[in-house]
Design a protein around this ligand. Structure first.
Ligand code: GAP
Length: 448
């Protein structure tokens, strides 16, 4: 019987064992809430982000790409509201020094709580909690050799603002007409106080953001379109199980200061339903604020109707690392019948598409297997493996999510055929070496 593993630590240890994800700075005891991506992790991450990029900028003719700087003019973060609003209220226990985000300890507005009556969950002392202090989540740094007010810069906490401040340059240079979108992939940084659940919430992460500029009045309809598109991306693009993904709408108390309407795409992780992506109607909040703070005209000018207006923005904002965790959690499968662990990754996403194994290390089989590698490597990322029994070699690759195993045996020397093994079913076909590329392409296309 197929059993889905519910423990995050099993995924964490597979990720380390197979070279997907490592704790940062491990030899120094680790560095909180930062992770490094090993050979398979970076390959899987790239495959996911390239799929997103293709969905956005290739399948939509009116969406273009951008790569703006991580460091930007500090006024941008005043205009965006991050300097004033991007805070977590924190409380400390004066007895044991434990620190909490206020919303971990109460569902109420932190200002309305009498913190002097609160018990510390760690040491159990009552009456020793501080009142909440506001803690800004942006990382500050300094530009130039002298540290003063004028030298402050921030590591961007989202990629979105780089799009807003460039939107007229992009629109003008590409002669785009509303509605159009700008997509960006890049690092973002947040000084998260409570970072947990592996790569779910980290201090350094990557965002996949797309800002869609629409005419005010059409925003509600565009929101519906984008909700549907983004849901389909997870199910059809990444191959995520439909039952494990849902929408959550933000209520009045949850809405960000810029949002008219907001929906989270959530996945049922081993630690519960949690957000992977936010879809927001940001109205014209950002564009107007940048006009106010920069003094530059930020209106869109319609060349046909001569209208000038501030476009509304529908934003789709996802964390690449969370998408990766979603893909890993969804693919993790303990095949107890066959005593193996499998990452049932969609073959489109798999870091290695096929492992090529000579049955034995002699009789000319390694040489022929090397020729198969040479034939395939222009088309797919493949791996040559001659270490250990053939069963062990396959099981290693099952854990790495490799969808196909190719074995070169003695019959191969006679008729130029090999066995092609399918990871999930473990079924094997006998295939001509010259037909391998087509067979694998077909299997990737028809995978379900
Ligand atoms: N531009 C809008 C924005 O940044 P957000 O809800 O703060 O909105 C969007 O973040 C997405 O970025 C989240 O859905 C999540 O996937 C990802 N994200 C945010 N903070 C993160 C963190 N500390 N670690 C990993 N991913 C994070």
């Amino acid at each position: 019987m197929a059993v889905k593993a519910h423990a995050l630590d099993k995924i964490v240890s597979l990720c380390k064992r197979r070279g997907f994800i490592f704790q940062s700075s491990e030899i120094y005891g680790g560095f909180g809430a930062v992770y490094d991506y090993g050979p398979l992790g970076i390959a899987l991450k790239n495959n996911i982000s390239q799929l997103w990029w293709r969905y956005m900028t290739q399948l939509h003719e009116n969406i273009v790409g951008l790569d703006s700087g991580i460091l930007m003019h500090p006024k941008i973060w005043e205009a965006s509201g991050h300097v004033a609003e991007f805070h977590d209220p924190l409380v400390d226990c004066k007895q044991c020094k434990a620190r909490y985000k206020a919303d971990e300890l109460t569902d109420k507005d932190p200002k309305s709580v009498d913190w002097s009556t609160m018990q510390c969950p760690k040491c159990g002392t009552t009456g020793k909690m501080t009142d909440p202090r506001q803690f800004n989540l942006m990382f500050k740094t300094q530009i130039g050799p002298v540290e003063n007010e004028g030298s402050i810069a921030y590591l961007r906490p989202e990629t979105a603002q780089g799009i807003y401040v460039n939107y007229l340059l992009v629109q003008g240079s590409q002669r785009l007409k509303v509605p159009f979108g700008i997509a960006q992939i890049g690092k973002a940084f947040r000084n998260e106080i409570v970072a947990r659940n592996f790569i779910f919430r980290t201090r350094e992460f990557e965002q996949l953001e797309m800002q869609y500029f629409v005419k005010p009045g059409t925003d509600d309809d565009e929101m519906k379109v984008w909700k549907k598109e983004r849901f389909n991306f997870y199910t059809d693009g990444l191959g995520i199980n439909k039952d494990k993904i849902r929408f959550h709408q933000h209520g009045d108390g949850e809405l960000a200061h810029y949002a008219k309407e907001a929906w989270d795409v959530e996945y049922e992780f081993p630690f519960g339903w949690s957000e992977i992506e936010g879809i927001h109607n940001r109205k014209d909040f950002d564009i107007k604020r940048h006009q106010e703070f920069s003094g530059k005209n930020m209106q869109y000018s319609d060349q046909v109707t001569n209208e000038k207006y501030f476009p509304y923005i529908i934003e789709t904002s996802a964390g690449l690392n969370r998408m990766l965790l979603t893909v890993l959690a969804d693919a993790y499968w303990e095949d107890t019948e066959n005593n193996r662990t499998v990452l049932k990754l969609h073959p489109r996403l798999a870091p290695i598409k096929a492992v090529i194994c000579p049955l034995v290390k002699k009789d000319g089989l390694p040489e022929l297997a090397r020729k198969v590698v040479d034939n395939l490597k222009n088309h797919f990322k493949v791996l040559y493996d001659q270490q250990g029994s053939i069963g062990k070699r396959y099981y290693r690759q099952d854990e790495a999510g490799t969808p196909f195993g190719i074995t070169v045996d003695h019959q191969s020397l006679e008729d130029n055929t090999v066995t092609l093994r399918h990871r999930d079913s473990q079924k094997q076909d006998r295939v001509l070496i010259t037909g391998l590329i087509d067979k694998i392409d077909e299997a990737i296309l028809n995978y379900s």
